[in-house]
Design a protein around this ligand. Structure first.
Ligand code: URA
Length: 209
């Protein structure tokens, strides 16, 4: 069953509070999303396998560990997911980045795909989808569908704020996908925004409103 991991570290909670403030400007909002993404990624990569190696320190030979084997891809859902890429690639610089473009049909609130470009070897990579807001879950489920259709087997979903509805949608459609979030909010309003949330994350990251 899909597990929900809430990253309740005080630094994450503090930074999410700063994000929520309507007076937080674009520059600070963007920096905060990137920093929070880094913290959440730290937990989402906790199960990366290690192997032991030997090397020489200035004093002695050390048996020590490095990450072994598994290759990662981060998949931001356009456009707000782009705000998390900088933070996650600071932690895993060798990861490949795929992009999935989905927009929410304003009438039906359903996700419509308009773009997709994934690493050629996505089927051999662990894939972590990044999107700051898990609201209805429609985009998340559509992105996971697409990744699975391309052969990805090991998929995680990372967001800053999730709603109960979004978590339920992923759990129902993709019980094998774990979710990593900073916080779970109360729910969605009639426009399918997360409440209290942060408003439109894309607009706040890119300063478009
Ligand atoms: N997307 C956003 O940017 N904010 C929400 O609250 C929900 C979806």
């Amino acid at each position: 069953m899909a597990e929900l991991h809430i990253i309740d570290h005080p630094l994450v909670q503090h930074k999410i509070s700063l994000l929520r403030d309507k007076n937080t400007g674009t520059k600070e909002f963007r920096e905060l999303v990137s920093e929070i993404a880094m913290f959440i990624c730290y937990e989402a990569t906790r199960d990366l396998p290690l192997k032991e190696i030997e090397l020489e320190t200035p004093l002695a030979v050390a048996k020590t560990k490095i990450i072994s084997g598994r290759k990662l891809a981060f998949i931001p859902i356009l456009r707000a997911g782009l705000g998390m890429v900088d933070g996650v690639t600071k932690l895993v610089p060798a990861a490949k980045i795929g992009h999935i473009g989905l927009f929410r049909d304003p009438a039906t609130k359903e996700s419509v795909q308009y773009y997709s470009k994934l690493p050629e070897d996505i089927a051999e990579r662990d894939a972590i989808i990044v999107d700051p807001m898990l609201a209805t879950g429609n985009s998340a489920v559509a992105a996971i569908n697409l990744l699975k259709a391309e052969g990805a087997k090991n998929i995680k979903f990372m967001c800053v704020i999730c709603s109960p509805e979004g978590v339920e949608a992923i759990k129902n459609a993709h019980p094998d996908v774990d979710i990593y979030a900073g916080v779970m909010d109360e729910g969605l309003n009639e426009d399918k925004y997360i409440v209290p949330g942060v408003g439109d994350a894309g607009d706040r990251i890119f300063g478009t409103k």
